[in-house]
Every structure is written in C-alpha cells, then in structure tokens.
Design a protein around this ligand. Structure first.
Ligand code: F6R
Length: 242
C-alpha cells in the first residue's frame, strides 16, 4: 500500500487526476470505476479542465459507477447516476453508451445485480476511485458486508442516511433507506484502487482502515489486502497516522 499525504487539497486532486489521465492516454481502452460523494469532486473538476484544455480525451473510457440508491430512477435528480452526469460525464467527451451504472429502480434487483456483476467481469476495472464513509463503508458496503461479496442490495445504516443530506436531499425522510452496490469482492477485482480521504472527520476512520484489523465490521479495511492500492490523504485526514 502506498500512502501519500498532500499539504493542499488541490495537489491531492491533481495527483489523482493526472495519474488517471496518464493511464487513459497510455491505453487504447481504459476502464475506470467512479465514486460519487464530495471527496472526488476536485478530481472530477481536474478531468473537466484537462479535457477542455485538450490534454485528455475520454472517448476510450468505459465508466462504471460504484453504487446507487434503491427506488430512484437514474434520471432522478438525487440519484448517483445524475450526480455523476452533473459533476463529470456531461462535461467531457465520454460516449454515453460507455457509462455503466446499477439501476436502483428495477423491479428485479437480483437480476440487475447479476447483470452488473457480469458486465464488470467482462470489462475488468483498471482503476477504481474510492472514498470512505463515516461508518467505514466502501461503496455502499456497510459494516457486516461479506469481504468477498458481489453486487447486492443493502439496508443503509443511519450514518449513511444522514451523510446523504450532504448530497442535496432536503429532509432525512426523503433519503432512500436501501442502496445497491458493487460488493467488496467486486471492488477487490479492480486492478488498482485509489482511496481518497479528506478532512479531520475522516482521520480516525483512515487510521482504522490502514492499521486496524481487516474485518467485515469495517469494510474499508479490506484495501489492506489489495495488491495495488494508493491512499491519497490531505493533512487533516492523515493526522492520526503514526
Ligand atoms: C459513493 C461511495 C461512498 C463514498 C463515501 C464517502 O459512490 O461509494 O462510499 O465514497 O460515503 O463519501 P464522501 O466523499 O461524500 O465523504
């Protein structure tokens, strides 16, 4: 595991952004896994700036979103599909048919999970961007999730529901209580993981993720077992590390 600490958020975003742009430039096809949430937004802005300045094209990129709310159609303004579109995809030249996501509005969610798991098996993810949730989750794998799990529906924990208020929901009652997510096993098949964390509120979580026991009780701890992972932290998120 490579741990990088940046003294400025902008430098962290530029490092992650440039690492991925470099990969895209050097490969005929690149398959990138995208996380929603606030942490990667600066990286997504870096992609948009790089595209607008003709430094990278996303035409050869296949995108896979990590997770979604159950019960929201992809076009719902609060869906993760809409968030990714608004924050990134509608500003770059990625081909719409290359954007892949779990659809949380399907009647048969088991079938939807199987479809997405198979699609990822057929298009292995080269680089997966990750963030850490306030209960230690990765994607929407909440504490207790199996460490080898595939795509599945999950009951969201209270911390995750409360965190969703940062994503534009006006009332807590409006936040879906279930999510659908790539499993930990799915995520671990990505060839490289880039885990990002920013801010003091993530400091204890980051310490546990890196030095704690690898356990389903703290799903992000699984990254310790991945052969190729870069953890990118700002100074505050790194403040509890030795
Ligand atoms: C979202 C996702 C989540 C977030 C995590 C951190 O697709 O996978 O695991 O990465 O909840 O969210 P932020 O970045 O908002 O702190």
């Amino acid at each position: 595991m490579k741990i990088l600490v940046f003294d400025e958020e902008k430098k962290l975003d530029a490092y992650v952004g440039e690492t991925i742009c470099d990969f895209i430039r050097q490969h005929d096809q690149a398959t990138i896994g995208f996380a929603t949430g606030s942490t990667p937004l600066g990286v997504y802005q870096y992609f948009i700036d790089s595209y607008q300045n003709h430094k990278v094209s996303f035409q050869n990129v296949q995108a896979f979103n990590l997770d979604e709310y159950v019960g929201l159609k992809p076009e719902h303004p609060r869906s993760f599909a809409s968030a990714m579109k608004n924050e990134l995809f509608s500003h770059i030249d990625i081909l719409p048919e290359n954007i892949n996501a779990l659809d949380g509005s399907k009647e048969d969610m088991d079938e939807e999970c199987q479809r997405y798991e198979t699609l990822i098996e057929q298009n292995p993810i080269d680089i997966q961007i990750l963030g850490i949730g306030m209960d230690g989750h990765i994607a929407y794998n909440e504490p207790g999730s199996p460490l080898d799990g595939a795509c599945h529906v999950v009951n969201l924990h209270q911390e995750s529901i409360e965190s969703s208020l940062d994503y534009g929901f006006d009332h807590i009652e409006d936040v879906p209580t279930q999510g659908v997510t790539q499993g930990i096993g799915t995520i671990m098949k990505a060839k490289q993981l880039i885990m990002m964390a920013k801010g003091e509120k993530k400091a204890d979580l980051v310490k546990r993720m890196i030095y704690g026991e690898v356990t389903p009780d703290f799903p992000s701890s699984i990254i310790q077992r991945h052969p190729s992972v870069i953890v990118c932290l700002d100074r505050n998120a790194a403040s509890q590390l030795k």
